[in-house]
Design a protein around this ligand. Structure first.
Ligand code: SAM
Length: 290
């Protein structure tokens, strides 16, 4: 079995051995800190009855740890140059499957069904490529995959927006979307010095625990998320003004009473509305035919 790759020496040795050149466009920043890996894996609450789906294994730093903690690991890597390196690093590790592909294009439901049969739960655990963090997470959530937790290293500011409560400037449509499906918890902040090469930003590990059912009752999910988007369209504007653009000028007069009927002051800003208030607003708009 290969030595732990998450050290500066091992990582540099592998890069030299294979003549590997980092592709910035693929968000390639490899972790070289064993403690942070352990924190990520601990947050995922794995054991031998659980499966771990890793997105972007790189040279296998996190994959090695996951293989020890979970029953089965499947790691999806887009960069074909990394596949032989992963085969080398993970040789002799029987419970890991490496899948070459773009996670945004894969049928993850099928992959999960095929790879994690008979296990008691599956979680996504990853150090995500930062250029596609939000599309990847929204895919995981919107496809309603059978996941327990999503534990991911992402850009610190994005993690803070996902976990933000109403009232602050970090709270926005991403906070609402994530909290609709999950309970977010910031696990730790990670300095940029624990990666090769070092990214320009600080990172954070966030744990998203999937809810059995969404946080709020909505009539129509599409309408709910469009309403949320509309309320945040221009952050300095009041909800009434933002919604006018959404329902059309001819319906403007109806917005005041409609917002009042939901107990929402029309002069408030979108960033002060709770998920419950957005849900009530969406339901009221639907009932009014808007
Ligand atoms: N897990 C490794 C670690 O922690 O050291 C590498 C993490 S690195 C931040 C992100 C990895 O995701 C890279 O290996 C990159 O090639 C891969 N990647 C980028 N876009 C991807 C995509 N769309 N699908 C699958 N993997 C992707």
């Amino acid at each position: 079995v290969h030595a732990n790759v998450a050290t500066p020496k091992q990582t540099n040795d592998i890069i030299k051995k294979y003549g590997f050149k980092f592709k910035k466009s693929l968000g390639q920043n490899f972790l070289i800190d064993q403690n942070i890996l352990k924190n990520i894996v601990a947050a995922a609450e794995l054991d031998e009855t659980k499966g771990a789906l890793e997105i972007g294994p790189g040279i296998g730093a996190l994959t090695q740890e996951l293989a020890q903690a979970a029953g089965q690991v499947t790691a999806v890597e887009i960069d074909n140059r990394l596949i032989p390196i992963l085969r080398d690093v993970l040789s002799g590790v029987p419970n890991v499957h490496v899948e070459h592909g773009d996670v945004l294009k894969l049928n993850l439901k099928e992959l999960i069904d095929a790879r994690f049969k008979g296990l008691t739960g599956v979680s996504v655990v990853a150090n995500l490529p930062y250029y596609v963090t939000t599309p990847i997470l929204m895919k995981l959530l919107e496809e309603k995959l059978p996941l327990e937790h999503i534990v991911v290293m992402i850009q610190k500011e994005v993690a803070q927006r996902m976990a933000a409560k109403p009232g602050g400037k970090e709270y926005g449509s991403l906070s609402v979307a994530v909290q609709y499906y999950c309970i977010p918890e910031l696990v730790c902040i990670v300095p940029h010095t624990v990666f090769i090469p070092q990214p320009n930003v600080d990172s954070a590990v966030i744990k998203l625990s999937l809810r059995d059912k969404p946080a709020v009752d909505v009539k129509d999910e599409g309408h709910f998320f469009r309403t949320v988007q509309a309320c945040f369209a221009q952050r300095r504007k009041t909800i009434a003004n933002n919604l006018t653009a959404y329902v059309g000028k001819t319906n403007r007069e109806r917005l005041g009473p409609l917002l009042e009927s939901c107990g929402i002051d029309p002069t408030r800003r979108g960033e002060t509305l709770s998920l419950d208030e957005f849900a009530a607003l969406s339901r009221a708009l639907i009932e009014a035919g808007l």
